[in-house]
Unconditional design. Structure first.
Length: 266
């Protein structure tokens, strides 16, 4: 899917332009409201979802559409489509966006036959477009992206860890005696995956993320040669509206060390 370069560029350019118009132009200029689940919502979320839905439907009407701001019933129906389904997070990192922190992204993936076949994550503040197509590799701003790191031990690594959603035993173990050199939490799940793929961090751990949070980033990391697992020793990707835990690393050797540590402390 999207093996033709002109279609692939149309998709990337379209999402980038919409992100600049609907998201970045509103940064530090609008307020927010709180949804029933306690998460935040801004006009950037709703307008970006509306604009993306229109753009995608006009150009690729064969696919259904699932957005974070859609109702649960709409999401389930879209995901059940036999032709394929777009998965959109219009603003991944809304809490950052609403707080004036310039770390947020637009994340879009295409699922066909329960597999992610294309995905992109655009960071409008850094003008970085991470993208991947299944079996065709990943890219950053149209240049090949391959997971690379010179680090060989956990003690040398930077880890991206979201403590809020971790089991107490694991978070306590990490806090008491962290196995890595340094830790970050940047507030955008999609960007977490992409930064691990780019080697900006080497280890990743998150307790619960939604399909629209991880779908595009999952493909990008996988296509760079990175590895992932859930706390229940399953591949993270699951085409259902349920939250998934994540253990991931830039390469196979670090992933083995990291998952052994996590399973020991769960």
């Amino acid at each position: 899917m999207f093996t033709q370069e002109d279609e692939w560029q149309k998709l990337k350019n379209g999402i980038k332009n919409l992100a600049l118009i609907e998201v970045l132009s509103r940064f530090n200029k609008i307020g927010y409201e709180t949804k029933s689940d306690g998460s935040l919502l801004t006009a950037a979320d709703t307008q970006m979802q509306f604009a993306c839905h229109k753009f995608l439907t006009n150009n690729w009407p064969q696919f259904s559409f699932l957005g974070e701001e859609s109702t649960t019933q709409q999401q389930i129906k879209a995901l059940d489509s036999t032709s394929g389904c777009w998965i959109l997070d219009p603003v991944d990192g809304t809490s950052n966006f609403a707080s004036g922190i310039p770390i947020f992204t637009v994340s879009l993936a295409l699922i066909v036959n329960k597999k992610i076949v294309a995905g992109l994550v655009y960071d409008p503040n850094q003008d970085e477009m991470f993208a991947a197509r299944i079996n065709l590799g990943a890219e950053l701003n149209n240049q090949p992206l391959i997971s690379k790191t010179t680090k060989e031990k956990l003690s040398q690594c930077t880890a991206i860890v979201d403590f809020k959603r971790l089991p107490y035993s694991l978070s306590n173990a990490i806090i008491s005696k962290s196995p890595f050199a340094s830790q970050r939490s940047i507030g955008s799940v999609a960007l977490d995956w992409c930064w691990i793929a780019a080697g900006r961090g080497q280890l990743y751990c998150h307790g619960a993320q939604n399909l629209w949070d991880y779908a595009a980033g999952y493909l990008i990391l996988t296509e760079t040669g990175g590895h992932n697992y859930t706390f229940t020793k399953e591949d993270v990707m699951l085409a259902k509206i349920i939250k998934r835990s994540v253990i991931a690393a830039t390469n196979k050797n670090l992933f083995k060390l990291w998952q052994d540590y996590i399973f020991k402390n769960l």
